[in-house]
Design a protein around this ligand. Structure first.
Ligand code: ADP
Ligand code: MG
Length: 223
């Protein structure tokens, strides 16, 4: 009987996830289909309008692509790799890859020579998701700090964006929880999963209208 309960709960959870997903997929797919159909049927030469519709088709397709990428990242089992790398080099690399967002100033206060043995790809993904959220929160300045803490490394990412209410903060790591019209709600669920996979912990301090600090603590030597 116990097994049956657990199984029933699992099916209920899968059902809930499937219905969230179905909605996430149906909306962009609906507009792609609608605009494509319209473009096919119209016989006017209104190029400008046609271009607007094509832009929507492209951007909605990108949204679906991002959703499927997040889903795969969230669903697939994590395979942890371990290599030596310098934390400052990694942070600089991540910051450089996010630099296309021009309205934000990302400052890095990290010593040289913080060498660790961990999974650099996972840590990069973690930082990218956190930085993307800080950018989405309309931050002007994002500051990244990192330092040794005993046999661990603490990384602090502070932003001066919109901050979170208590309710948002308490739900932020839940898969599919989002306050954004075009969010997947998977970014922080992935952060949580990957941080745990590399033996670490993640914590949020946030105040509505003031800003947010993410603290990641990971072991210096994964193995
Ligand atoms: P998404 O970005 O798709 O909404 P996430 O899992 O990345 O999903 O984030 C979940 C929610 O947590 C966001 O919708 C937002 O409300 C909140 N959040 C995350 N990071 C920040 C931040 N730096 N500042 C304000 N709110 C944030
Ligand atoms: Mg996000």
């Amino acid at each position: 009987l116990r097994m049956k309960m657990a199984e029933r709960e699992r099916f209920a959870a899968i059902g809930e996830m499937a219905s969230v997903l179905a909605h996430e997929i149906r909306n962009p797919l609906g507009s792609i289909k609608g605009f494509a159909q319209y473009l096919k049927e119209q016989n006017t030469d209104d190029r400008r309008q046609g271009t607007d519709f094509l832009d929507i088709i492209v951007s909605e397709s990108k949204r679906l692509e991002a959703l499927t990428e997040d889903l795969l990242m969230y669903a697939k089992p994590v395979e942890v790799k371990c290599e030596d790398f310098d934390v400052l080099d990694l942070i600089n690399e991540v910051v450089k890859s996010m630099q296309s967002h021009k309205n934000v100033d990302i400052t890095v206060s990290v010593h040289e020579g913080i060498k660790i043995k961990s999974d650099s790809t996972k840590l990069k993904q973690i930082l990218m998701n956190i930085l993307q959220n800080a950018i989405d929160a309309e931050s002007k300045v994002i500051d990244i700090k990192a330092d040794f803490m005993n046999n661990k490394i603490a990384i602090l990412i502070s932003d001066d964006g919109c901050g979170m209410s208590r309710e948002v903060r308490e739900n932020a790591f839940k898969p599919f929880f989002t306050t954004k019209t075009k969010g997947t709600g998977l970014g922080l669920a992935i952060v949580d999963k990957l941080t745990k996979a590399i033996g670490g912990e993640v914590e949020i301090k946030s105040e509505h209208q003031k800003g947010t600090v993410f603290k990641i603590v990971i072991p210096k030597n994964l193995i």
